[in-house]
Design a protein around this ligand. Sequence first.
Ligand code: ASP
Ligand code: MG
Length: 419
Amino acid sequence: MKVFKFGGASVKDAESVRNIGKILSNYSNEKLVIVVSAMGKMTNAFEWLINSYCYSPNKLKHSLNEIVDFHNKILWDLFPDKSHKVYSEINDFLFQLEEELEVSYANKYTKNFDKTYDSLAGYGELMSTTIISNYLNNSGILSTWVDVRTLIKTNSDYREAKVDWDASKMKINELKEESIIVTQGFIGSDSDNKMTTLGREGSDFSAAILGYCLDAESVTIWKDVAGVLNADPKYYPEATKIDKMSYREALELSYYGATVIHPKTIKPLENKEIPLYVKSFLNHEGEGTVVQKLTTFDALLPSYIFIEDQILVSISTKDFSFIAEDNMSFIFGALSKAKLKVNLIQNSALSLSLCFKNDEKKVAQFFHSIKDSFLARYNENVTLLTIRHYSEDVIDNMTKDKQIYLEQKTRNTARFILK
Ligand code: ASP
Ligand code: MG
């Protein structure tokens, strides 16, 4: 059994759905579990819908129409026969979605944004998988659509639900041995069977959960890049593919912000030594990258990870006292309440420097909660650059013409806050 994951970019229009059919025709004798994200940028569209629903109901109709129109366009292209059952299946989901919108109001879910979010955001995945499964069946690749909410069980930490591994394992093991299963990424359900989400970009993790519980032979993430590159070509045009890497290196890269693999994906696969392939859906014959247990060391090609739109905050006490453990514990408590994820920390006797994403609302909440005891100075619009396996030449080259606000080095990793 192999697990394949197709992200939004690989199912962004009718043509890309056809392309999935082409890729799968090379695996006709395999048992596959296919995990699919919402089409294109639909999860963003759902976020707009949820935002209008909770904060500006006058925009609700418009945001809903955008979602409906997007899917209709793809449906008309892939299924010229308007009596095809896919139309009524998609309509059922739209009906449920509208019902959910009303139920949420009745229950005053809008007071609980995260709960409302999770009851709505996953419809993108429910619809994309319905379209793909029907398309495959139409083109002779027989597949079974499975509702992943019956398989992946979670707690009720809405928008960041934690997997209940024992319950999920039990459900996933009941899965019938179909030759091709099409199911959703990103979502699960809690003990009340309410839909939950695993966090943005969570479909890679869904694939890893299924791979782990099924003892899959491998997990493959199909991307619009040739594999894991040593940098994002947007920032570093000479980026090259890394053919092989250890779980550890993949985890480090994703932890530092490389977006090609979701950070939570690696652990379950490492635990069972299931190889993870990252391959291109545009050039599906290509070798891609394999992440696996390495008996040799990783090839020490420098890797570059850029994270933009960061804010660098320096926090000091108002009374010239040390930034000691009790202060730090207070500050980190405030960060956690504001749901800010810190990307870099550095401290001195009198100040604590922190770098995180400059998310206006969360940052304002954080500043508000520390303002009585601390002074905060900050620089906005800075970039956090991480270089794995650096050399001084590489550093000089990457930081020339830039102002360096802060730097940190360990044996393998150098990090810079730049402007
Ligand atoms: N559709 C979800 C998102 O865009 C999950 C995913 O694609 O991984 O965040
Ligand atoms: Mg994605």
